[in-house]
Design a protein around this ligand. Structure first.
Ligand SMILES: Cc1ncc(CO)c(N)n1
Length: 231
């Protein structure tokens, strides 16, 4: 009887990410359909907002590298599936390309990356990432954050490439960077890892992961808000 109860509980937990996306739908939409993204998609974007975002995101991505490395380390220590490490390593490799891309893109727009001052929302987000790098933070919690961070960008930029979007030619490269199908597949691999881990996790760890998921969404919204340039 006890065994049966456990099976039912596990079944209810399959697709935890799906459950959270439904439960927190409004916040998720806030993060993936932000006015900056909508303005890229409808062609009304103010280029100074785009440039502000680009410069700040370069700083963010530099802090994101050690975070992803910390997830890799946790996978090596805590994961029960050796293929997790390969997916995460693929993420590290694509960040290497991403940093090179930021440099190229910045020079295209005449942005001096070394002169960028990180804004408060960026510093807050980077501090949050740093808190997740602690060895006290469980692999499941960290991989959930990683999946959410990548997925927000994928969903946002893919929206700018859908049929009917009026994205300017010079912004398509940026949208492709995160909006392309292979980045989408990579996000789904991360989601499968998160769901597999969440299925086996204790209630306590699952609720910690949910809190972290929500905080990622809030940080992403604040990050997009920086492009307004009011702070
Ligand atoms: C703020 C932010 N979130 C997510 C990503 C995706 O890597 C990024 N580059 N920047």
């Amino acid at each position: 009887m006890e065994g049966k109860t456990k099976v039912v509980e596990a079944a209810e937990r399959t697709g935890m990410t799906e459950t959270w996306l439904k439960k927190h739908r409004l916040v998720y939409i806030g993060a993936t359909r932000h006015p900056l993204i909508l303005s890229i998609r409808d062609g009304t974007i103010d280029l100074s907002s785009f440039k502000r975002w680009l410069g700040q995101d370069y700083i963010f991505v530099r802090a994101f590298v050690p975070f992803v490395a910390s997830v890799l380390l946790k996978a090596w220590k805590e994961s029960d599936d050796g293929s997790d490490m390969e997916v995460i390593l693929g993420g590290v490799a694509s960040l290497n390309d991403e940093i090179a891309w930021f440099k190229k893109e910045a020079s295209k727009w005449g942005i001096e990356l070394s002169g960028i001052v990180p804004q408060k929302a960026n510093l807050d987000y980077c501090r949050f990432l740093e808190s997740l790098m602690s060895s006290e933070v469980e692999y499941i919690v960290a991989i959930t954050a990683f999946w959410a961070i990548e997925t927000v960008y994928q969903e946002s930029f893919a929206h700018c490439l859908e049929d009917g979007s009026k994205t300017a030619e010079e912004l398509k490269d940026t949208c492709q960077r995160w909006g392309n199908d292979s980045f989408g597949q990579y996000c789904r691999s991360l989601e499968r890892i998160a769901n597999r881990c969440l299925e086996k996790a204790s209630d306590d760890v699952v609720s910690k992961a949910e809190v972290v998921f929500l905080r990622v969404l809030e940080h992403e919204i604040e990050f997009w808000n920086m492009s307004h340039g009011e702070t």
